[in-house]
Write a new protein. Sequence first.
Length: 303
Amino acid sequence: MTKPSALPTSVDGMLELLTSRGYLAERSLATVTYLSLKMGRPLFLEGEAGVGKTEIAKVLSAALGRKLIRLQCYEGLDVSSAVYEWNSASQMIAIRLAEAAGDTDRDQLASDIFAERYLIKRPLLQALEPDVNGAPVLLIDELDRADEAFEAYLLEILSDFQVTIPELGTVKAPAPPIVIVTSNRTREIHDALKRRCLYHWVDYPNAERELAIVKSRVPGISAKLSQQVVKFVQALRDQDFYKSPGVAETLDWATALTELDARSLTPQVVGDTLGALLKYQDDIQRMQGDALAKVIKEATSDT
């Protein structure tokens, strides 16, 4: 981990911090990120998959020298996986040892087995612990994948930065973590959670910004090919696909083409590598024959 650094003191400072780590953000995103840090409020980022929502947390962690704690959400996620659980095996051993030693004080035994040493701390509880490098960056990733009931567990954490454990009491963070919550909007997130956050919709970048991203992240790519790649991807996003390619797919495809020493987009090389851009067979099938040739022609004109 890099040496801890101070938080940006302005929106321009936030833009510079993100850019220094290769994240070329729009000013609106830099502004809401700056305000999130300045106000100590969670940042809720919503948008299509692959547009760079998760990357914000990674960049902040690296640039600020803070620990990154990630909670990857999924259907069925509960408190024992996200917040804490008790080490029941160790507790049972402690009970049997106490019984073997003739210790019959049940109240004392109950107090002993619910001591912190038997507590297994999951990501949300870990994020509330003090750290010499400063409060960590907590990434709650793809919250829309979790069940709606799980959102209720987050309300106390996102508003008061604390967790109540019945057997131990309330654990409160000495300093609020930097919280980034992401959603791909496969379902709506409850208003009660959104009210606790600053909100920003992360959209696909325009051609100019995406070209800058490609040049920054794929340094070996030629100017000609990078322009063609961006024009091709931008054209695909105008199609009625099941899943349009995000920036992550653009970078994967640009890297793949570079590895193949491609100098320009041709039907052969695009057809062979389309799986780096499109992740559903129905979408790939639609980009065949005349449809593919048309988009390639548009992407390679004037380059």
